[in-house]
Design a protein around this ligand. Structure first.
Ligand SMILES: Nc1ncnc2c1ncn2[C@@H]1O[C@H](COP(=O)(O)OP(=O)(O)OP(=O)(O)O)[C@@H](O)[C@H]1O
Ligand SMILES: [Mg+2]
Length: 320
């Protein structure tokens, strides 16, 4: 892979009147990786991605996409970049294929010769002659990816590609992104769901109201995640609660007709064994919230300063 970064943002800021939508963000996306921009509603994800496409200009900082800048290279800064923002839009009364034909015609060159291939890549062959108005949400998202692939991008930018998809749709989108990444494409995607991002991204930037609260690998993030919390139901929760007393590294609380159990895997295992040894039956044990999900909420809902060891605003922090 070339040394040129797919995205090199340094201290990028975008303001709308008094509101700073993106506040001094730095981000380094290497070519060939799958990079996630994660954050709750209003964090500034779409605003940041809009700047990559040159749809809006930063008020401060510098932004290079595949080594090019809008100031120096104008529309050539878009060479090699394709994707969609918010959700892809098509003519609903035309088929998926005709929509792609129109787009390929606009792009010119040999884009029309790629239509069959991109339809096959996103698994829409067979439905390509149906009207887009009759497509499911997931099919429209996949058609959006197909439209982007017509341009043979080196950087694919997908704004919330899994938004609104059901679990099967999310799985398909994840597989598609994985397949595209395996072919060498750089993928920058945004999401508000940690679960979506953790399985496909190498590195993430987590945003909260325009600022970065975490830069780094998913692996590093996982190390910082709190211990998992479980919901436990037994044949006698009162007695089970009493058995938790004095166990190191374990917190058990009565909660909504069940017990909330938090601790390391070892501590939870030992506790469950004790519960069973005491003749109580286990009726249900489920993970309440994935540890990474908990960390995501901690990072994006509380003041960033309250989360130790997670702040690294430098883009190089993405590669410890
Ligand atoms: N054109 C605009 N004019 C004024 N304010 C805007 C504009 N675009 C975005 N904003 C504001 O900037 C902030 C960031 O918005 P943005 O759409 O980038 O967030 P997001 O992270 O993409 O959120 P979501 O998850 O809801 O898509 C929000 O407070 C939003 O209201
Ligand atoms: Mg958005």
């Amino acid at each position: 892979m070339s040394d040129i970064l797919a995205v090199n943002a340094v201290d990028v800021t975008k303001r709308y009147g008094a509101l700073t939508a993106v506040d001094g963000i730095s981000m380094a996306v290497a070519q060939g990786e799958v990079y996630g921009v994660l954050g709750p509603n209003g964090a500034g994800k779409t605003t940041f991605l809009r700047m990559l496409f040159g749809l809006i200009r930063p008020d401060g900082g510098t932004l290079q996409v595949l080594g090019r800048t809008w100031q120096r290279d104008g529309t050539r800064a878009l060479d090699g970049v394709a994707g969609f923002l918010e959700s892809p839009r098509f003519y609903p009364y035309l088929s998926g294929r005709v929509n792609l034909e129109l787009l390929a015609g606009l792009d010119g060159g040999d884009a029309p010769t790629r239509i069959d291939r991109v339809l096959d890549t996103v698994d829409l062959t067979g439905r390509d002659r149906d009207k887009v108005g009759g497509y499911s949400f997931g099919m429209r998202q996949r058609l959006g990816v197909a439209a982007a692939l017509l341009r043979e991008p080196r950087l694919l930018v997908l704004d919330e590609p899994a938004n609104g998809l059901d679990p099967a749709g999310i799985r398909d989108m994840r597989a598609l992104v994985g397949q595209l990444a395996a072919s060498g494409l750089t993928v920058l995607l945004s999401s508000h769901d940690m679960g979506e991002v953790e399985q496909i991204c190498d590195n993430v930037t987590i945003m909260r109201t325009g600022t970065v609260v975490y830069h780094g690998t998913i692996a590093t993030l996982r190390e910082q995640a709190p211990e998992p919390a479980h919901r436990l139901s037994t044949s006698d929760d009162q007695s089970a609660l009493a058995l938790a007393a004095g166990r190191p590294g374990l917190t058990v609380l009565a909660l909504d007709g069940a017990l909330a159990v938090r601790g390391s895997l070892d501590a939870v295992d030992a506790y469950l064994s004790a519960v069973v040894r005491h003749g109580l039956a286990l009726r249900a044990l489920s993970l309440q919230e994935a540890p990474l999900q908990s960390l995501f909420f901690m990072l994006t809902e509380t003041s960033p300063e309250t989360v130790p060891g997670s702040l690294d605003r430098s883009p190089t922090g993405a590669r410890p």
